[in-house]
Structure formats: C-alpha cells, structure tokens
Design a protein around this ligand. Structure first.
Ligand SMILES: Nc1nc2c(ncn2[C@@H]2O[C@H](COP(=O)(O)OP(=O)(O)OP(=O)(O)O)[C@@H](O)[C@H]2O)c(=O)[nH]1
Ligand SMILES: [Mg+2]
Length: 148
C-alpha cells in the first residue's frame, strides 16, 4: 500500500496507449515521454508495465506474475485505436477487480470513445472511464475509481 492510502493498481495496455502519461498525470508530475522498458513501481502505488508485455504472447505470463502485487487491474485503451489488444474476458485470468480507462479522449470523436469503452467492457472491466491526460477530462472520476 502507498502512503496515500490508495490501492496498488497495475496498468496494462498496448505500447503508446498512454499508461505512463496517466501515471505522471495522477502523480502530478510533468508529462514527458519516456518509453517504459520494464515493470516500474511508481510512488509505491502504481505498477506501470511496458506495452510489449501485452503485445507479445511470450511476455503475457510476466503480466500475470506481476499482478500478484496488485489490488486492482487497470486496462488502458487508446480511444483512437481502431482495434484492441484485449481479447474478450481478458481480465478473468487475473482473478482481481478490474477497471478500464479510455485515454486520449481529446483526440477522439464520441463514437471512437464509445467503441473503446465497449472493448474494455468486453475484456471484463467492471467500470470504465474516459479520460485525457492533456485536457484532464475524466480524471476526477478515475481518481474516485482508483480510491473506491
Ligand atoms: N493527445 C494525447 N496524447 C496522449 C495522451 N496520453 C498519452 N499521450 C501521448 O501518447 C504517447 C505515448 O504515451 P505513453 O504514456 O508513453 O504510453 P505507454 O502506454 O506508457 O507506452 P509504453 O511505455 O510503450 O508501453 C506520448 O507521446 C504521450 O504524450 C492523451 O490523453 N492525449
Ligand atoms: Mg510507458
């Protein structure tokens, strides 16, 4: 557990979906691009993972092992992405509570945001919020989800 009393959450999503940027936003850090090379614990409260862990079958096991330390699984889906890396019922292997976060809503029209929400629901996310790390939209709702 972190000092702030938040649940330890683990972010999963394809490379470039905005996981690290989301961590930076939620931790009130300056947003700066840095490719995630390995599993990183951010402020003791968030587990940031590289997109490759989701994209490459032979690395997916590492996600499962890492999830042992997480209390909440957070699936991250870029609103502008046409497809999804999350297969239906993806979250079931983790046997933990899970939520979904749509990112980059500042770049996407409403129908793309809706499509992204559907992907996350189909993947097994119990609740889904639409956010932007640029405009800050959806962030109060996300903070509530992560604390609740
Ligand atoms: N417009 C916009 N750009 C975003 C948003 N979130 C992230 N980005 C941009 O998307 C790019 C990738 O973001 P990252 O946070 O590094 O993505 P990641 O999921 O951590 O990627 P990996 O570390 O490769 O797994 C960066 O250039 C970010 O600035 C957003 O909400 N809106
Ligand atoms: Mg990253």
């Amino acid at each position: 557990m972190s000092g702030t009393g938040k649940k330890r959450v683990m972010l999963i999503g394809r490379s470039g979906s905005g996981k690290t940027t989301l961590c930076q936003y939620l931790n009130n850090e300056a947003l700066r691009y840095r490719k995630t090379q390995t599993v990183e614990i951010v402020n003791g409260a968030m587990i940031d993972t590289p997109g490759e862990y989701l994209e490459r079958r032979n690395l997916q096991r590492a996600l499962l092992v890492t999830s042992a330390d997480a209390e909440l699984i957070v699936l991250v889906q870029d609103a502008t992405e046409q497809g999804t890396m999350f297969p239906p019922a993806f979250t079931s292997v983790f046997a933990k509570p899970s939520v979904g976060v749509v990112t980059k809503c500042d770049l996407a029209p409403p129908e793309q945001i809706e499509r992204a929400k559907k992907y996350l629901e189909m993947a097994g996310a119990e609740k889904v919020v639409a956010t932007s790390s640029m405009s800050g939209e959806g962030m109060p709702a996300l903070t509530e989800l992560l604390e609740g």
